[in-house]
Design a protein around this ligand. Structure first.
Ligand code: NAD
Length: 357
């Protein structure tokens, strides 16, 4: 039975990079027996232009019916004056909350061929391969009560609530342990259990979940130490699982260890491993329409989709190997270009990956 993929190109470079991802999917379909059906929809600024909403009902209905969603990027300067409720980014947030995508997977990988792009020494980051599993729909970003109140003395006081129920911790924990089983079999749970009761509970629940995964090693680390270790010895990590806010911060720091924003994919999954897959970068309006954007983060997002939602790990491996092969051939888009490599366009990079498949 064929699996349904909703393709949402979005804004800026979104359509350019997604076009390359579609080429790869079509090649897998034609030559490797991948049974998929592609549907298209509008999201972000392009959806606002046509429907007055960054997340039209039609897109949401298609997203709910799909087995997985591939998204390019949303946002552009011309939408920045709009009311926050209809800005392009609302389309993305709406999809995440409507589909209950609570598990955000952010790999930070550094291909040895690109080690010079990192701000850290090549020997510290070369071959880096971390998976950060961030809780995405709970914690302090959503906890109630929240707001700004006026105290009796007239001073204003801002407040937010860090809140996690056991079931929320358990479900993100299981996602992390399941992923670790397919990788290096190590999970590091990051918290601030020495100061925050909420994450003391987080630590307790993670230890309980670990009992169901005797083949996976669990360690705990305070978030301040984790930040330090990420820049000191990042290769010690396999899978990191953490709260919404800690994950927000640590995943950006980890991404930057690799130095190349155009190389990093991401996934956001629900309880049944249905997911939305997208590069971590934005719509890059400064280079949109020039045909020079790096499509590899989007192609690697397709690989994650095949691995985590569509259960085609062997095809995911094929894409990963094809990306390695084109880097070995010395092909580079402008963002990762350096001396002794060949500068190629978005489409040439996509074609090279298709050829390497
Ligand atoms: P950005 O990630 O779009 O761009 C940052 C820098 O990286 C730019 O110089 C850009 O040219 C470069 N870059 C990004 N992706 C690239 C690629 N694939 N190849 C080569 N270079 C690439 O971030 P920004 O400039 O802060 O934001 C631009 C717009 O994107 C804003 O409207 C923002 O709200 C939106 N945004 C969307 C998402 C998303 O859709 N998930 C994420 C972040 C930002």
């Amino acid at each position: 039975m064929s699996q349904k993929i909703l393709v949402l190109p979005g804004d800026g470079i979104g359509p350019e990079i997604v076009a390359e991802a579609v080429k790869v999917l079509q090649r897998l379909q034609a030559d490797f027996g991948l049974q998929i059906e592609l549907e298209y929809g509008l999201v972000g600024g392009s959806a606002y232009d046509q429907h007055g909403s960054p997340l039209p009902q039609d897109t949401l209905d298609k997203a709910k019916a799909a087995d997985a969603i591939l998204l390019g990027a949303v946002g552009a300067p011309q939408y920045e004056h709009l009311d926050i409720a209809v800005r392009p980014e609302k389309g993305l947030l709406g999809l995440r909350s409507e589909l209950q995508l609570f598990a955000n997977l952010r790999p930070a990988m550094l291909y040895p061929q690109l080690a010079a792009a990192s701000s850290l020494k090549p020997e510290i980051v070369s071959g880096l391969d971390i998976m950060i599993v961030r809780e995405l729909t709970g914690g302090i970003y959503f906890g109630q009560p929240r707001g700004v109140r006026i105290l009796e003395n007239g001073e204003r006081q801002g407040f937010n609530t860090l809140i996690y129920s056991e079931s929320e911790v358990e479900r993100i924990g299981r996602v992390a342990f399941d992923i670790a089983r397919k990788r290096g079999k190590r999970v590091c749970s990051v918290d601030k259990a020495n100061v925050l009761e909420c994450t003391e509970l987080w630590r307790e629940v993670m230890s309980k979940v670990a009992k169901d995964y005797p083949d996976v090693e669990l360690s705990h680390m305070y978030v301040d130490n984790a930040a330090m270790q990420l820049v000191k010895a990042p290769k010690q990590f396999d899978v990191i699982v953490t709260t919404n806010m800690f994950g927000d911060i640590l995943s950006d720091a980890a991404a930057m260890l690799t130095g190349s924003i155009g190389m990093l994919p991401s996934a956001s999954l629900d309880a049944n491993a249905k997911g939305m897959y997208e590069p971590i970068h934005g719509s890059a309006p400064d280079i949109a329409g020039q045909g020079i954007a790096n499509p590899l983060a989007t192609l690697l997002s397709v690989s994650m989709m095949l691995r985590y939602s569509l259960n085609h790990a062997a095809m995911a491996d094929k894409i990963d190997q094809a990306v390695t092969a084109v880097l070995d051939q010395g092909l580079r888009t402008a963002d990762i270009h350096s001396a002794n490599t060949e500068k190629v366009s978005t489409a040439q990079m996509g074609d090279a990956v298709v050829a390497a498949l």
